[in-house]
Design a protein around this ligand. Sequence first.
Ligand code: KG4
Ligand code: ZN
Length: 342
Amino acid sequence: MRVLGIETSCDETGIALFDTEKGLLAHDLYSQIAVHAEYGGVVPELASRDHVRKILPLIKEVVAKAGLQLSDIDGVAYTAGPGLVGALMVGASVGRALAYAWDVPAIGVHHMEGHLLAPMLEDTPPEFPFVALLVSGGHTQLVKVEGIGRYELLGESLDDAAGEAFDKAAKMLDLDYPGGPHVARLAEQGTVGRFTFPRPMIDRPGLDFSFSGLKTYTLNTVAEHKDGDGLPDDQTCADIARAFEEAVVSTLVIKCRRALEATGFKRLVIAGGVSANKRLRAELETALQKIGAQVFYARHEFCTDNGAMIAYAGAQRLAAGQNEGLAINVRPRWPLDTLPPL
Ligand code: KG4
Ligand code: ZN
């Protein structure tokens, strides 16, 4: 079954074609980063308009890249939530309308299920069951995964998401949006041990997270060290980035280890934009090796938003006979643990 995947939940238009027998056939992404950069964050109305402009040319391009005709497509999967309502509506209405015109089934995919399953596109995919750490711009969650649609929430952030914390730290250091990769790059030049930031909530039992205290701590450290032009000197900025990244990473590592111990599982999947973070990957690998567990993640371009993960997740559900009627439904808020099992 060949499935067209459409992702438009935020600021990337992602399109892909997944074949349940041959795997990923083609994919492409148009990023709106340049559109939103001057505002320091995503402007929802501009996002929706840009998706409208880019979605159809990108679909045509991806189908051509795969060497297929539109008539070769057997199903359509689009992100139905969570995300920005206007942006979601673009992908959902185009996806649902194309499926109607082509007389093929359509399905609305949960964006975080897409992220969670993205490592399945790699050569050595994880087997079920596993613990998933979902770390994106909007979510920080630990999930017990026993199969597709069999999700139990173990813990989540009580305030900011990990990616959001990276983005806010980046703003404090006058770095561009989205901040995660910029903070990570600057942190490489940081001096180890000059600052030690608090590891939020690690002394409390449980698997929830909180990043707002760390955000305030970072803001205060920037304020204490700023010189004349309102920012600390370059080296101090790098040292702060380093301490911030280390605090986030070691908090995530501690909670992941706890979640593996609690479930008795030996496999961890990390997914979402922050799973692209090199320090997080490296520290998890070291920590998990010690307890005989393994970490899995997607290739870099499939950690952040993309169409391939939506095509993959949608294809699994469509192939199992799940699909939707003609109504176009999007859900800006949508708990992951309410999805039906496969
Ligand atoms: O999954 P994603 O593309 O979009 C959402 O669904 O939110 O995640 C975007 C988030 C942003 O907050 C971005 O700063 C963060 O992922 N991010 C990173 C890195 N690359 C992206 N954070 C830390 N280190 C990175 N290398
Ligand atoms: Zn995402």
